[in-house]
Design a binder for this molecule. Structure first.
Ligand SMILES: *Cc1c(COP(=O)(O)O)cnc(C)c1O
Length: 464
């Protein structure tokens, strides 16, 4: 949880998956979300948190959601399609489900150890605000969030820059999202700098995020008849973190018949599932920007299984992929993975049509990411008797322009964000220059440590 990415560049995974019996799965039915969350995540926690503490952190995390259900499941008529609404958290996208919990787990652990951590991250939109909301006002954490200046939507920018908490530092970089990512990486690659500030990443490769996302697969499946009846899931996919959590749920014993990986025009994953080869291409901007990704960082976790859990073979394949832009898997591994995963793509015109269609047929307004899932799901119903759950990953008001274009109606922000456009913003500009970024962080952090000392608080140690 604290390290995020391993120092050798690899990703963390549990040595083995905990297993839930049929009776244990059945016992989750009709339990509140927080109780399901506690039971599903308990086996991963070991002795890192005692039971009352972990229950309290879960309770606080999900109390920040707008609906007491946390993740409502809605049937779309009698089509057999269901929407699992994951967007009722503070920033209106599914990333809150994991980050609201991770922020509290980090804060609790750091406070207990008398330590401080510094998060440096890059965002093209949703991750930034969800991470900021998760750690705002925490004394144990400072967060520096880089976004490409003028290239995130106004709602997305304001969700970050209107958080005026003293530990939140928004930086608008003169450059692209890739430049922002390179700047963040430069901070992590400078090991002296990394250690000096105890840098931590909360991006989707952090296993604690995957863990928190496993919960809602159990939550939805038991509502639809698991463990006695299988369920299928369609997941609007970018970094593969969300759908990988579903794969983990299946490894843990949940009867999931298959997954549908839904992509926009950035279709590296559908091409992989069709051809058994992953080949990089240019990123194309779409109406579903959180899926405008070419290299899905969590896909490496699935590849680990496809490489027979041979870490060395996978590390070699990933190195070759970065050098040549291509990665292939054998026919056997591909056959196995195709039994479990379908994949499909939808372009921008199709996305607008899907938003309009869902509203007309079922009276539900969906966001462009969800719309990609909604349309692709219908092309991959393997068995009409098996319920198909489409993960609704963002609130339509987060992407009002596309929704208005599709339906003629501009979706309103929920009450808690209705004054977003009147709130004051705080953000600093920065050239696309790693030296300038590191100087800014050094300067800011030494001022923060100085004022902690002046206030008589022992400045927290950077985590070794
Ligand atoms: C992040 C995000 C996705 C992609 O999720 P991954 O876990 O990266 O595959 C899809 N939709 C929305 C709205 C998102 O914010």
């Amino acid at each position: 949880m604290l390290a995020g990415l391993a120092r050798d560049g690899g990703l963390y995974l549990p040595e083995s998956w905990p297993h839930f019996s049929k009776a244990e799965i059945a016992a989750l039915k009709d339990k509140p979300y927080a109780e399901v969350a506690f039971r599903v995540m308990r086996p991963f926690i070991g002795d890192a948190f005692d039971e009352p503490t972990f229950r309290r952190l879960i309770g606080e995390a999900y109390a920040s959601f707008e609906t007491p259900e946390v993740a409502p499941l809605k049937a779309l008529g009698d089509s057999g399609l269901h929407l699992l609404e994951l967007f009722h958290g503070p920033t209106l996208a599914f990333k809150d489900v994991a980050l609201q919990l991770l922020g509290r787990m980090l804060d609790h652990t750091l406070a207990e150890r008398g330590q401080h951590a510094t998060i440096v991250g890059a965002t093209s939109g949703d991750t930034g605000s969800a991470a900021i909301e998760a750690v705002r006002d925490r004394r144990t954490i400072d967060i520096f969030m880089l976004h490409p200046r003028g290239r995130v939507s106004e709602v997305q920018r304001r969700q970050m820059t209107t958080v005026l908490a003293p530990n939140v530092h928004n930086i608008a970089v003169q450059g692209t999202f890739d430049d922002c990512q390179d700047l963040a990486k430069a901070c992590f690659n400078d090991l002296a700098f990394r250690d000096r500030h105890a840098l931590t990443a909360v991006n989707s490769i952090n296993f604690a995020r995957v863990m928190a996302q496993i919960v809602y697969y159990f939550w939805a499946a038991v509502k639809l008849g698991a463990p006695d009846r299988p369920v299928a899931f369609t997941v609007p996919t970018g970094n593969f973190g969300n759908v990988y959590a579903g794969y983990a749920a299946r490894q843990m014993g949940l009867p999931i018949s298959h997954f549908v990986v839904a992509a926009n025009a950035n279709d590296i994953l559908p091409r992989f599932f069709e051809q058994g080869a992953m080949t990089m291409a240019e990123v194309i901007p779409t109406y579903s920007p959180s899926m405008d990704i070419q290299i899905s960082s969590n896909f490496e976790r699935l590849l680990f299984d496809l490489y027979g859990r041979d870490g060395r073979a996978l590390a070699d394949a990933m190195t070759a992929f970065r050098a040549t832009g291509t990665l292939k898997v054998g026919a056997n591994a591909l056959g196995g993975v195709r039994e479990l995963f379908d994949a499909g793509r939808l372009d921008d015109a199709g996305t607008l049509a899907a938003i309009a269609d869902c509203r007309k047929r079922f009276g539900e307004t969906i966001d462009p990411h969800t719309a990609v899932g909604y349309a692709v799901a219908q092309q991959h119903r393997r068995d009409p008797a098996i319920p198909m759950v489409v993960l609704a990953t963002a609130h339509p008001a987060k992407f009002p322009d596309a929704v208005e274009k599709a339906t003629g109606v501009r979706p309103a922000l929920p009450p808690r964000l209705s004054d977003l456009f009147e709130r004051a913003e705080r953000v600093e500009g920065l050239p696309n220059d790693a030296t300038a970024l590191k100087a800014l962080i050094d300067e800011r952090m030494s001022a923060i440590r100085g004022s902690a000392r002046a206030a008589g608080r022992a400045p927290a140690k950077a985590r070794p």
